[in-house]
Design a protein around this ligand. Structure first.
Ligand code: MIC
Ligand code: SF4
Length: 703
């Protein structure tokens, strides 16, 4: 039978389960990556599991997020990560060497392999034809110890690319187009597989831009075939021996995709599905305004694409650059793991060469890796940026995670990044547009949103930057594992005082007696739950970081969420979070589950919970429930007392719910009504919850 590439790679790594969409599978993980903001917890948990050395083919610890170093916390983390990497046999990419996803693509990613990373943009590696998945740090710690990674057997979403990109249109426009069709909602459990004749013209960094921002779709990962482009990239990185051709079989069947959409509110998305998908069927609209739309595969004709942008403040709020033309821009930032490759920055610098940044614009450039920065420095492109007035930012995440370059109030910032969630830039009410390097640089020159194709009218030619024959390879900032385990195992681990052992979960027992500690709306991101930016320096100190859970919702003069949750805990009640659709979208940060758990949160009731966050909740012993009837969301309020009950309103043991219930009744004793929640958990997740979390489960010998 013809197979998708996704199934071929998964089959090669399958340890348990069957590749039938919906069921749970366990796969072998070849490579892992961690970064410093999630990595300290991941390595502390790895230590807590008690396995002396990593068992993967390659595990890399990167330093790229917390680089601001106000106070000793960040540097404490760096030294801990460097020393623990030595002790347990992981590679360690030192600060300054670049953003984890860009460096991993350059130096470690391999076709046909599996990669698990404690960062939601780990799927960047899919540009190399590998299954690369983002997960919480505890899942990555287990994988470092040789444990399987469990995921739902995926639905494979086929995305066929036809034709070639026109000048001034690039990979970012492909993924923005896909976001306009699939949106950020309702794609949990899918894997996007690109295929078709249009694929051949895209080089590996362009493919990686698409797979990177696939994270915003909420799918498990995205991947491209491994072909001549892959070989060329690996050859240029001096890793030709890692090449292996891989593709789906001719005629491979992609899954039929069904999305539940609101006939009116999602009208634009439905139109896009009709325009860009095959075999579209739209069901009649139900009484609640919802309709089911299904389709065969997505088809994007690259030659028809035009410059696009994700308007404030969601990565799926897609508009054409032309439709926003003339909007004044005060800031342009080029970088992040989405668009900071050699080609991206060379394109921007070539357009800018000999010009000066518009007087109303501040332009910031952050190269994705030390390799990119060094090559730009050597070939003069860096000097062209400097001469044009660009501010050069170090090779790290920086402004993408709100560390610096917060825009002024009421101004527009154009960024080549992947997320424009409200306030992520560090400015409340920010207006961030996500764009390609071409659209970014056009605005840097004109001072306003510009369809980059208009630059031709200013006699600016499109610079066609091709993949270099040879990248400058220098791995001296990557510390290699010590071959002699005896020597490595005795290495001293440096633990600054800000590195605090993460708390352990406890199993729940008896009646679940809860109180709604917060009620939030739709699309609550992990940035809302556990803000990053300057607060990220507390990542290795859960008691301190937990003070800021739901910080954006804390009101002056009122008790914070942390206080309310701890009060509930002191009163012997479990704190409960009530949320709308797509709860926990965005990053993989497990602190968005770990810190609430520390405060006493033991259940989340939402209309829907996003994949990585759902797994993190379970891993830290928090019960994720979904409203069987979304209308019940409106009937629950903050402060309501909720008790899980049996069919006759009798009390039940929460362990029984965890063990086998598919649904559970929730008695709102404050308002006097009972509603139904779905308990959607894989069998292994039930065991993890019963144990009070993955750490306990793993230590007790659970697989
Ligand atoms: C992000 O882009 O939000 C981050 C910061 O890279 C996170 C990881 C983290 O919170 O440390 C992610 O995407 O997973
Ligand atoms: Fe870093 Fe931004 Fe990429 Fe997250 S999305 S890994 S913060 S560059």
């Amino acid at each position: 039978m013809s197979q998708t590439l996704t199934h071929k790679i998964l089959k090669n790594h399958l340890l348990s389960g069957e590749l039938v969409a919906g069921g749970e599978i366990g796969i072998r993980i070849d490579q892992t990556l961690t970064q410093d903001a999630t990595g300290t917890t991941a390595f502390l948990l790895f230590e807590a599991i008690g396995i002396p050395a990593v068992k993967t083919e390659v595990s890399v610890s990167y330093i790229d997020h917390n680089m601001a170093q106000f106070g000793p916390e960040n540097h404490n983390d760096h030294l801990y990560l460097q020393s623990i990497s030595t002790k347990v046999g992981a590679y360690h990419s030192r600060p300054g060497n670049g953003i984890c996803h860009q460096v991993h693509l350059e130096r470690f990613a391999r076709p046909g392999r599996t990669l698990l990373g404690s960062d939601s943009h780990t799927p960047t590696g899919g540009g190399m034809g590998m299954i690369a998945i983002g997960a919480g740090g505890l899942d990555v710690a287990v994988a470092m110890g040789g444990g399987a990674f469990y995921l739902p057997a995926p639905r494979v979403v086929g995305v066929e690319l036809r034709g070639n990109l026109s000048p001034w249109v690039s990979a970012k426009d492909i993924i923005l187009r896909l976001l306009s069709v699939l949106t950020t909602r309702g794609n949990v459990g899918g894997i996007v597989e690109y295929f078709g004749e249009g694929v051949a013209s895209l080089d590996v960094p362009a493919r990686a831009t698409c797979t990177n921002m696939g994270a915003e779709l909420g799918v498990t990962c995205s991947l491209f075939p491994s072909d001549d482009q892959t070989r060329r990239f690996l050859d240029a990185q001096g890793r030709g021996d890692h090449y292996q051709p891989l593709a789906a079989d001719a005629g491979a069947a992609y899954d039929r995709i069904t999305k539940k959409l609101h006939a009116e509110k999602d009208a634009a998305t439905i139109e896009n599905i009709k325009t860009f998908c095959t075999d579209v069927a739209v069901e009649p609209t139900a009484a609640d305004g919802m309709t089911k739309v299904s389709f065969g595969r997505v088809v994007i004709d690259l030659s028809q694409l035009e410059p696009l942008m994700a308007a404030p403040s969601s990565p799926d709020h897609i508009v054409t650059a032309a439709s926003q033309a003339g909007t004044r821009v005060n800031q342009v930032l080029i970088g992040s793991c989405t668009n900071s490759s050699y080609q991206d920055l060379m394109t921007a610098s070539a357009v800018l060469k000999g010009r000066t940044v518009h007087p109303g614009v501040e332009l910031g450039i952050s190269p994705g890796s030390r390799q990119v920065l060094e090559m730009l420095a050597r070939n003069g492109a860096l000097a062209d940026f400097v001469r044009a007035g660009a501010r050069i930012i170090e090779s790290a995440c920086g402004p993408c995670i709100g560390l610096g370059f917060s825009p002024a109030e009421g101004t527009v910032s154009l960024r080549t990044f992947n997320r424009n969630f409200p306030g992520r830039s560090g400015t409340t009410g920010d207006q961030v547009y996500l764009v390609s390097p071409e659209t970014a640089i056009a605005a840097a020159i004109t001072g306003e949103i510009t369809d980059a194709r208009e630059l031709a009218k200013r006699s600016i030619a499109y610079p066609s930057i091709t993949l270099p024959e040879r990248f400058d390879v220098d791995d001296s900032m990557i510390q290699k594992p010590i071959a002699d385990y005896d020597e490595a195992g005795h290495a001293e681990v440096v633990r600054g005082s800000s590195i605090v052992k993460p708390p352990r979960g406890e199993p729940m027992h008896g009646t679940f007696d809860g109180i709604v500690t917060i009620k939030v709306g739709d699309k609550i991101t992990t940035d809302h739950i556990m803000p990053a930016g300057a607060l990220m320096k507390y990542r290795s100190n859960v008691p301190e970081y937990a003070k800021y859970v739901f910080n954006p919702f804390n009101e002056e003069g009122q008790p914070t969420f942390a206080k309310r949750a701890q009060e509930a805990k002191a009163a012997g009640r479990y704190a409960v979070i009530v949320a709308g659709d797509s709860y926990g979208q965005g990053s993989s940060r497990e602190h968005a589950a770990l810190c609430p758990m520390y405060l006493g949160v033991r259940a989340v009731i939402a209309k829907a919970v996003e994949r990585i966050h759902q797994a993190n909740l379970v891993n830290f012993g928090i019960l994720p429930l979904t409203f069987a009837s979304p209308a019940d969301y409106d009937r629950v309020g903050p402060g309501d007392e909720l008790v899980l009950v049996g069919s006759e309103n009798e009390t039940i043991d929460v362990q029984d719910v965890i063990a086998s219930a598919q649904t559970v009744l929730v008695h709102n004793t404050t308002r006097g009504f009972i509603f139904v929640c779905n308990v959607t958990l894989a069998p292994r997740q039930r065991k993890i919850l019963a144990a009070g979390g993955l750490l306990n489960y793993t230590r007790e010998g659970g697989q």
